[in-house]
Design a binder for this molecule. Structure first.
Ligand code: HEM
Length: 243
């Protein structure tokens, strides 16, 4: 009998898709919370910003660190999108079959897959704009600079759409990962699936509420702050020249 070699490429691509997806979920969970520091105060958001620029480590700020991370996140994003794209139906006919299947069976997990395709497609166009700006203008992050970008540079509507897409995509994705990796195979699969699904929905609502609240606060600052002195924030307690 001839030795038949198994093609491991699909399994490898699948693993890369899952691993990059997980990294991005962890990233976005931290990102939206750090960014929500604006809800505490402008000073708090400023401190979080300079923390990422290495101030508490080097005693000076290096926005290049943020550029580097934005570039790294961009690469992971591209790898994730490239490996995930294989699973999008390539013709309308194939799409129709899936859609009919979803409607007929009312199978929620298939509907979740459709949510992933739609939100993934949205992010494909929106996220690169944001990541690129963060990469090339890392020193323009802060309570006033960010608010000005959201209001004066009209990034608000884009962030609104990105927020809805990324939060749904991240937690639906995490649920599907848990399903795939057998986290729901307890004594009663049905019960544990229902629990994970509830947790997924709770996390989506929580993160969207927090994200919308932050966006509202940045918008409020953008509309009410007097920018005649520029967009740089002057801290009450940390006196230094930010690069
Ligand atoms: C290292 C890379 C990134 C950095 C440094 C970064 C930084 C920021 C900052 C500072 C803001 C506040 C608004 C502004 O200054 O323009 C913001 C908002 C936002 N970012 Fe990012 N970001 C990064 C990557 C991403 C990625 C990959 C996504 C999603 C795919 C994302 C989604 C969002 C969303 C949805 C908002 C609006 C949040 C809200 O409504 O509260 N970011 N980001």
């Amino acid at each position: 009998m001839r030795d038949k070699k198994i093609d491991k490429t699909p399994a490898r691509l699948d693993f890369i898709q899952s691993a990059t997806g997980l990294i991005l979920v962890i990233f976005i969970m931290g990102h939206l919370l750090f960014e929500a520091s604006i809800l505490i105060s402008e000073e708090m958001m400023y401190r979080v910003t300079i923390m990422f620029e290495g101030y508490y480590f080097f005693g000076e700020t290096y926005p290049g660190i943020v550029s580097f991370f934005a570039g790294a996140v961009g690469v992971i994003f591209v790898v994730h999108a490239a490996t995930a794209m294989r699973k999008i139906p390539s013709t309308y006919k194939k799409y129709k079959i899936i859609k009919n299947h979803t409607n007929q069976l009312k199978h929620e997990d298939t509907s979740l897959w459709l949510i992933q395709v739609i939100t993934g497609f949205m992010m494909f166009f929106i996220a690169p704009i944001h990541i690129y700006i963060m990469m090339v203008e890392p020193s323009d992050i802060g309570p006033y600079a960010s608010s000005s970008r959201i209001v004066d540079e009209l990034m608000g509507p884009l962030y609104f759409l990105l927020l809805l897409a990324v939060v749904s995509h991240a937690f639906v994705g995490l649920y599907r990962l848990a399903l795939k990796w057998g986290f729901m195979e307890g004594k009663n699969t049905k019960v544990s699936r229902a629990r994970f699904k509830l947790l997924m929905k709770v996390m989506i609502v929580l993160y969207i509420v927090v994200g919308l609240a932050s966006l509202a606060k940045y918008t409020y600052i953008g509309l009410t702050h007097d920018f005649s002195d520029g967009v740089k924030y002057k801290s009450e307690s940390i006196i230094m020249e930010r690069h």
